[in-house]
Design a protein. Structure first.
Length: 178
């Protein structure tokens, strides 16, 4: 039912679609938020990257989250991020974005971490068998097939892309399309 090459292509397609809306965000405004909107750009980059890594863990056959590269991630308590790494707890589900720039990677570094997560998930999906993609997996409070999880993660990135677009408008930034 699931074609690994098609799912891999979907994962790869998220990066350019998402990243184009980061135009104009830099080290100075990466943690700027707008009234009534939930997330800033740095949190969003880390959150979608962490989600992709967690999905890659599942696609690889793990039932529990695996340790992420310490070059990109701190496995802390939500307060340990720095200008080159995300704290997994600071961008995980239910976390609250903070304005403190020192707790989030600089823009260029955050994009590198996101791109590495895209590549990891795409790689796991590309090497997954049809049987592996049809395996029932736990994701939060739901159970779904691993292939459907990949689709859900792609949609998740799209949802956060919409939030970045809303943030751009609220901050008075120029449009990106057209």
């Amino acid at each position: 039912m699931y074609d690994s090459r098609t799912l891999e292509s979907l994962v790869h397609s998220t990066a350019p679609l998402f990243l184009r809306f980061l135009a104009g965000f830099d080290d100075e405004n990466r943690t700027q938020q707008a009234s009534g909107l939930p997330n800033h750009v740095s949190w969003t980059l880390g959150h979608v990257a962490l989600t992709m890594h967690r999905a890659a863990d599942v696609i690889a056959g793990f039932d529990k989250p695996q340790h992420l590269p310490t070059s990109d991630w701190v496995h802390g308590d939500g307060t340990a991020g720095d200008p080159s790494r995300y704290d997994t707890e600071s961008v995980g589900y239910g976390s609250t974005p903070k304005a403190d720039k020192a707790k989030y990677p600089r823009m260029k570094r955050a994009i590198e971490i996101y791109e590495a997560a895209v590549e990891r998930l795409a790689s796991e999906v590309a090497s997954a068998s049809e049987l592996a993609l049809e395996r029932e997996v736990k994701w939060g409070s739901t159970t779904l097939e691993a292939g459907a999880l990949v689709q859900r993660v792609v949609f998740h990135t799209g949802t956060h892309t919409g939030q970045v677009i809303d943030l751009r408008r609220a901050l008075g930034m120029a449009g990106v399309l057209g």
